[in-house]
Design a protein around this ligand. Sequence first.
Ligand SMILES: *Cc1c(COP(=O)(O)O)cnc(C)c1O
Length: 365
Amino acid sequence: MSGGDKLDFEIRPNPRPVSAAERAALMANPGFGRVFTDHMVTIRYAEGKGWYDARVEARGPIPMDPATAALHYAQEIFEGLKAYHAADGGVTLFRPEANAERFVESARRMAMPALPPQVFLDALHHLIEADREWIPTADDGTLYLRPFMFASEVFLGVRPANEYLFVVIASPVGSYFSGGVKPVNVWVSPNYTRAAPGGTGAAKCGGNYASSLVAQAEAIEHDCDQVVFLDAVERKYVDELGGMNIFFVYDDGTLVTPPLTGTILPGITRDSVLTLAREEGRTVVERPVSFADWQADAASGKLREVFACGTAAVITPIGGVRFPDGEFTIADGNPGEITTGLRQRLVDLQRGRADDTHNWVHRVS
Ligand SMILES: *Cc1c(COP(=O)(O)O)cnc(C)c1O
């Protein structure tokens, strides 16, 4: 079937799955993104033919010609979301429809074909079904799902490819932080920016990450955990971190986050936080925050909390900020009450421990 919203998946179970004992050993301390499940989903696309050959198969190498387009001009996009064990033994996803829609948007920006959201969701369902045993049962464990798509056509011309491969792999992960939620220190990069107006900042593409790595390395050199990027035009306003959005909490309880003007990745966690905070009756404002104001408001005590948010780490308090001319802390450097409260509310929702009034929890089984 071509181009339709429904594809038949061929299920080819892995003939040599990892033994139960080995799996248990691997999952005892999985870390993040190091352990992978037995299966993967692959779906092919060809211009004129549409999406075809959807299958669940043994996870393994993808044979590739050295002239595969993605290796040269980086037509590649991805998503990241988690599968949870629900309290009743079922399996859930958190807002996967939003990931499916963002995947379409990322594809559009990178001149790639749109994968119908229903096919994206079906692919997740099939993989979870095949690798159900890999969903951690530990309280803070989840199965991280990584859908991605790249130009698989073999050619070196500069134009959108005519062939693509969509893949989903899965990785059991523990808590992003060992030993609870610790505040991180961030480095405000003086040398590098992440996204310019008209660029690819709002697309979840591998290229954005490739260009952020040298800035992240600079952060590590300065004993910081993450880099914060300023806007590319004035080098004045805060955009986001390398892979997380940012929120500022002021002494009157107001939350502020930079607006989605095309240079910021529209995070689903960001959107969930905006919704939850508004429900709590807080004033929530999407407006630019300059680095100068960040510094001044931290010094005066008007700025009480700062946190980063994204699927991988949920909500991460930011305790300290470094830049070439100095450093400062946010309040006393410890996680703030509003940050911790929002994190708990979000985790409770994701884990099915809170009333799902937004229909955010998507049941797989
Ligand atoms: C994925 C990502 C985020 C967070 O998005 P979520 O949907 O909340 O996981 C933020 N910034 C960047 C650059 C990202 O790639």
